[in-house]
Design a protein around this ligand. Structure first.
Ligand code: EPU
Length: 336
């Protein structure tokens, strides 16, 4: 077992925060992972490091999941069932699907992170969520070192949420995810405003799944910073869901507030808009900042410490609460 000591995790989290792991091991097979779990139960599991803010050094053994593999396990003339190992990069897997004309994940192009961590927060973008395409997943139960299968329903998916962020938090390590994708008659999802606008800008009237992916990639590249260039973790906050009553009050003072109905009594409002209204968009405090094109994204200009980003996040939450009376919750996991 090749355990490294005092390893910097700067290159292992997309925020680019320089914390140290007392012990670190990369595993490239389920057998290797099980050998680690056999010896040690107190683990810090690292996937793509794309949805976490590291605020302190890590005393636990950090296990980086490097398990690779994409396998077609079943298919008909219409559909294909694919098993993907946890350590595969999400966007590379989406590209793999597009090259073979397998439809379903094109709206989720260019999302940072790995396949194994995607179900934890039920990644979503432009009208599609992982839960819409996932059949099941396999996860290692740490306490017993046994592999469990979770159906889609077992995962209790919600908006940026699953059982792995709630009652089973920290108990399982996802090792592979099974998807059902279309081989023909793809169901295109271009209803999300920005996609249609982008497609017409590109001069495309009858889009393929590859065109949708291109449009999504162009939109994301315009709005969201590339973590390789500017450290970030995507949306830092969840879009809050508020009561219709509170929403009606808000509209009377802010008639231009963007909003999406959730139910007959609740409405989702974009946290990015709320943060922008509080004047934070494009602001920089030392090396911690708010992205200039998308106020929902906090960024590290280079040497920011995790607690500096966290302090900025807390200031933003307090300002939004003060101005609008709306609490906004972090979407990113604050660790350890
Ligand atoms: N807006 C502002 N100011 C801003 C940012 C947004 O006024 O600085 C307004 C926009 O004008 C628009 C509305 O807020 O009217 C929504 O903005 P956008 O369409 O960019 O989406 P979002 O709500 O900010 C969510 C997801 C993103 C996902 C996009 C597209 C969450 C927390 N975020 O962002 O997910 O890519 O929709 O589907 O749900 C991520 O989770 O890391 C992520 C990037």
């Amino acid at each position: 077992m090749n355990i490294q000591v005092d390893k910097s995790l700067k290159a292992y989290n997309t925020f680019g925060i320089d914390v140290t792991a007392a012990q670190f091991i990369a595993v490239s097979s389920v057998d290797e992972l099980r050998a680690v779990v056999d010896k040690q139960k107190s683990l810090f599991i690292l996937g793509g490091g794309s949805n976490m803010l590291l605020v302190d050094d890590i005393a636990q053994l950090v296990v980086q999941l490097n398990i690779k593999g994409i396998q077609i396990v079943d298919q008909t003339s219409d559909h294909v069932i694919v098993d993907v190992s946890a350590g595969e990069n999400w966007h590379e897997f989406v590209l793999w699907c597009l090259e073979r004309n397998y439809g379903g994940l094109e709206n989720l192009s260019l999302i940072p992170g790995n396949v194994g961590t995607a179900p934890i927060q039920n990644i979503g973008a432009y009208g599609v969520e992982l839960k819409d395409r996932m059949v099941s997943l396999e996860a290692l139960h740490i306490a017993t070192n046994t592999i469990h299968t979770f159906s889609n329903a077992d995962c209790k998916f919600g908006y940026r949420n699953s059982i792995f962020k709630e009652e089973s938090k920290g108990e399982f390590i996802i090792i592979s995810v099974r998807f059902k994708l279309t081989k023909k008659n793809h169901v295109l999802n271009s209803a999300y405003g920005a996609i249609n606008t982008e497609l017409s800008f590109m001069g495309i009237k009858d889009p393929s799944i590859q065109d949708i992916a291109k449009a999504v990639i162009r939109i994301r590249q315009q709005k969201l910073p590339d973590p390789k260039v500017l450290g970030n973790s995507g949306s830092f906050f969840k879009n809050p869901i508020i009561s219709m009553e509170q929403f009606e009050q808000l509209v009377s003072t802010h008639p231009d507030i963007p909003h999406y109905p959730v139910s007959s009594t609740t409405v989702k409002v974009p946290a990015g808009w709320l943060v922008e209204q509080c004047g934070f968009k494009g602001q920089r405090f030392g090396d911690a900042g708010v992205h200039k094109k998308q106020a929902l994204v906090l960024v590290n200009y280079g040497q920011a410490k995790g607690h500096e980003i966290l302090a900025l996040a807390k200031n933003i939450q307090a300002a939004v609460k003060e101005k609008f009376g709306i609490p906004i919750e972090a979407e990113v996991n604050i660790l350890p």
